[in-house]
Design a binder for this molecule. Structure first.
Ligand SMILES: Cc1cc2nc3c(=O)[nH]c(=O)nc-3n(C[C@H](O)[C@H](O)[C@H](O)COP(=O)(O)OP(=O)(O)OC[C@H]3O[C@@H](n4cnc5c(N)ncnc54)[C@H](O)[C@@H]3O)c2cc1C
Length: 351
């Protein structure tokens, strides 16, 4: 039996999920095709939305525009799914030298930064467990998104609505029906949008768009003696999950043969954790994922140069949780109303 949809989305990571949600809100009937989240970065991410990042404590790109959109969108989807998806979350930086401390304090005085720097850090618990700090700096005004929960619950909703096809997308089976619609096996759609994350590189229509792939590995550990409720960042992050479980990561690798977990990076994470944390721990799991980054570290949105009803929503890089909601909305405005995509993220910049 054939069925006609307004659109097909390929890939149900955070990008595809948010795009599906925004299109549905605008009354579109959209088929999702996903191969069971194999290699999905969104399954591995800790989901932090961090206003102040990097060694130089820099404010994240467009944070003041992205954050309100992210908060309201995840709250809304949470209501739809009957679960809390986003929570406010504090991030503590270990300041390892006087130079770090001076830089931290100078940044805290900058316009637009001050509201994210906590004046008096409650570090009593942290001091007992984290090594190698002269002092601690706390970042406020960020959040943590439970991306795995969101994707799993949204997947169940799609399945219930008969809007999910669980399989590897076969590019050979995609036919340009006419200038206005696509045929994929027994399905027809006016538009097709690819949200395959780093695996976009296998897509014959969009193979070269300035994509880069940054593999990351993480450990899930049980810290039975820890009462830490904030994320702590030194060389790596320790981020609370639930019960006594913590997310420990991550690594960055730009050249790799295999997208799975490796013994080398596991050892790197163990060494970094041993250096940072002075309690006992038990390793419960070891994950790997690949971030879909781009040469200029900006998202990739837009349409195919020859097929005007074929699109990409990708390039969320290291910040899918914060970038996703704002850019999914802009993508939907472009798809449905023809509004212009911001040149910073328009894939035409790579043509
Ligand atoms: C270790 C690590 C830590 C991270 N931490 C954070 C963080 O704290 N905060 C943050 O905001 N971001 C973080 N990120 C980045 C974040 O995970 C990404 O920005 C985001 O997940 C990218 O989402 P995506 O939907 O584009 O890709 P993905 O999550 O990779 O999803 C792509 C989907 O497409 C499907 N797919 C691909 N090809 C096909 C095909 N041919 N047929 C069918 N299905 C297909 C896959 O199954 C998958 O489900 C982290 C990433 C990693 C790896």
């Amino acid at each position: 039996m054939s069925k006609h949809f307004d659109a097909i989305i390929v890939g149900q990571g955070i990008a595809g999920t948010l795009l599906h949600y925004e299109l549905s809100k605008r009354g579109q009937d959209v088929l999702m095709i996903d191969k069971g989240h194999q290699g999905a970065a969104s399954y591995v991410a800790s989901g932090l939305i961090n206003p102040i990042t990097g060694r130089k404590y820099v404010k994240s790109w467009m944070f003041d525009e992205l954050f309100p959109e992210a908060k309201s969108t995840y709250e809304e989807i949470g209501e739809l799914l009957g679960e809390i998806i986003i929570k406010n979350h504090a991030i503590v930086r270990t300041l390892s030298s006087i130079k770090d401390e001076n830089l931290w304090h100078s940044k805290s005085a900058l316009p637009g930064y001050k509201k994210h720097f906590v004046a008096e850090v409650d570090d009593a618990e942290i001091k007992l467990q984290i090594n190698g700090a002269v002092s601690f700096g706390e970042v406020t005004g960020g959040a943590k998104v439970n991306m795995k929960k969101l994707i799993n619950l949204y997947r169940s909703l799609l399945a219930k609505q008969n809007n999910l096809l669980e399989e590897e997308f076969s590019y050979e089976d995609l036919k340009n029906q006419d200038a206005l619609s696509w045929n994929y096996k027994s399905y027809y759609a006016n538009k097709i949008i690819f949200c395959e994350g780093w695996q976009l590189k296998h897509n014959p229509y969009f193979a070269k768009l300035g994509q880069e792939a940054a593999k990351g590995e993480v450990l899930i550990v049980k810290l039975s003696e820890s009462k830490i409720t904030k994320s702590i960042k030194k060389k790596i992050f320790i981020t609370p999950l639930k019960d006594e479980l913590y997310w420990v990561g991550s690594t960055y690798e730009w050249e790799f043969d295999d997208a799975g977990p490796t013994p080398n990076k596991k050892q790197y994470l163990i060494d970094a954790l041993d250096e940072m944390y002075n309690g006992k721990y038990e390793i419960v799991d070891h994950w790997a994922g690949v971030r879909p980054t781009t040469i200029d570290r900006r998202p990739l949105l837009g349409s195919h140069p020859d097929y005007k009803n074929m699109f990409v929503f990708n390039g969320l890089g290291t910040k899918g949780a914060s970038l996703g909601p704002f850019w999914a909305k802009q993508m939907v405005d472009y798809l449905l109303d023809g509004t212009k995509i911001s040149p910073d993220v328009d894939l035409a910049r790579y043509s």
